[in-house]
Design a protein. Structure first.
Length: 251
């Protein structure tokens, strides 16, 4: 019997790592992709034999190509794919540089072609499930966090979700996305000191969410693992708001 596994791009921290924990707790196997050797090693030490790690800088085309070749040579059925890699550095539109813009679009390019490689595996093995980590910022501008370049990239990921759902349905591949609001993860380290992320976000954004608090990685991971499972077998092409009520509460 072919072994099944879930590949999590951006799996060494945040929502990706929280998803990996839940998959392993349910008896699954994961492959974590990340750029930090230290974070990957720590994740591997925590998760044990049910996790493999691939190191790749998604902004480096050679690294991405090497990762794609690893995926293509993997004989296991990669039944699940979670695209969770991301970066977030709010900046006013007029202050963005070409480098800022490319930092987001390079991730989208890597995501596109990594997903191609995984889909090739899924088609050869009878199907699978993909979940993309999108963002509320792709749907709604927030004055306190101007993020036009980031939002443009995430809106593209939402659109990719819907297009792939249409194209891949005949191959028994479902494709969905989640759209989180503020979640306490290391992604905010680009402009908040790592040891201050939780305090800063809770002070500034708890009240922003109708449910009364910012999110935790586990909040999003529960929805991701549901979408990966057969329990969501009639769901494809969806972009689910997992945002503490933000989109419902905006007027």
């Amino acid at each position: 019997m072919t072994q099944t596994t879930t590949l999590i791009v951006g799996g060494s921290s945040g929502m990706g790592l929280a998803t990996a924990r839940q998959i392993i707790a349910s008896g699954g196997h994961v492959i974590l992709v990340g750029s930090s050797a230290g974070k990957l090693d720590a994740a591997k030490a925590e998760l044990g034999d049910n996790a493999d790690i691939y190191r790749a800088n998604l902004r480096d085309t050679a690294d991405v190509e090497r990762l794609i070749n690893q995926i293509k040579s993997d004989t296991r059925h990669i039944q699940g794919l979670v695209n969770a890699a991301g970066t977030f550095a709010p900046k006013p539109f007029m202050e963005n540089t070409a480098e800022d813009y490319d930092s987001y679009l390079d991730l989208n390019r890597a995501t596109f072609f990594i997903t191609q490689a995984v889909v090739e595996n899924m088609i050869a093995n009878g199907g699978g499930n993909i979940v993309n980590i999108g963002s509320m910022w792709a749907k709604q501008a927030v004055r306190a966090t101007p993020s036009s370049a980031y939002s443009m990239a995430k809106a593209g990921l939402h659109s990719l979700t819907q297009h792939l759902a249409m194209e891949l349905a005949e191959h028994k591949i479902r494709v969905n996305a989640v759209s989180p609001a503020v979640v306490v993860t290391p992604i905010y380290g680009a402009f908040i000191a790592p040891d201050q992320i939780e305090a800063t976000l809770t002070d500034a954004f708890d009240a922003f969410h109708p449910i009364g608090r910012v999110g935790r990685p586990e909040d999003v991971a529960h929805t991701v693992t549901h979408l990966l499972s057969d329990d969501a077998g009639w769901v494809t092409g969806a972009v689910w708001d997992v945002d503490g009520g933000v989109m419902a509460g905006l007027v």
